[in-house]
Design a protein around this ligand. Sequence first.
Ligand code: PLP
Length: 359
Amino acid sequence: MNRIFNFSAGPSTLPVEVLQEARDELLDHQGRGLSIMEDSHRSKAYDAVHNEALSNMRELLGIEDDYAVLFLTGGASGQFAMAPLNLLGEGQVADYTDSGAWAAKAIKEARVIGAVNVIADCGKEIPTRVPRLDELQYTKNAAYVHITSNETISGAQWKEFPATESPLVADMSSDILSRPLDVSKFGLIYAGAQKNLGPAGVTLVIIRKDLAERVSDKVPLFYRYKTHIAENSLYNTPPCFPIYVLMLVTRWLKEKGGLTAMAELNERKAKKLYDVIDAGEFYRGTAIPEHRSTMNVTFRLPTEELEAAFVKEATKERMSGLKGHRSVGGIRASIYNAMPEEGVDALVAFMKEFERKNG
Ligand SMILES: Cc1ncc(COP(=O)(O)O)c(C=O)c1O
């Protein structure tokens, strides 16, 4: 096997054990002579996969029965629309925090549907950060309060979540399952799969069941959470193969000791990189230290030419995906759950050597 260390922000690296298992079962799922991709979504075998994926999610996050767990399609971008379609009634206002590019996209979509109050805006600040809890000035009786738990592009992450009177809604696309979470603090959580959950194509939604009842009759059935809750995410053909891989990923997470163990590993991996950044003047972290992401480590070099050389030389050393997002430049090392610690160690060694040669 000749795998590289892939630091891409998403789609991103998957646990090699998961890929091996999916490969072994690809043509012949459990001796049945067909792939899980080719099987009916109403089959007994797929049913077992679907329900194990759901129960693993519940177990890992400690999700109680008053919440539904859904596997939908359309990505987190689809949820930018679906959340307000379901939760933002006529005459109501939704509170949004602007912490960067993804929050801004969520705000833009919500404004198509209803009234939005941006209650904190640090989305364009450099160094990057997320809002501080004491900055948040809620609208009275807001339909909900929306946050982006981890800004994948800027590398800023909420370390503590606000206790809100209105239901808290979070886009957790780039840090779901990276640390333990008290789901009961949230009304709705959503995430595209292609960072910590599996391949692109399935979208995770966790919603307090009573909130799903708010939806207006004017919303098409397909776009109502309650339609999918009633059908256990089998209202239409689900993305069976991505859900199958998500099931393997969640099984892998349980074997690795669950989210407490994963959070420890993620903290350790991130610290190794931030320590190199902080050791001298050559590298400059993009986010303020208190809000630095454990998932997307963003930094700059003294010049754009050096940044280009860094990416090019890293590629030669079998490390890919380090170029910052096209909208902001710089370097971004995405170190999701599946990035092995050896990958981070290799990058640390490369960064030190690159600085020695060019600093
Ligand atoms: C925080 C965040 N939100 C939303 C999205 C968009 O997700 P999708 O492409 O699944 O619609 C991304 C994608 O990278 C993201 O990182």
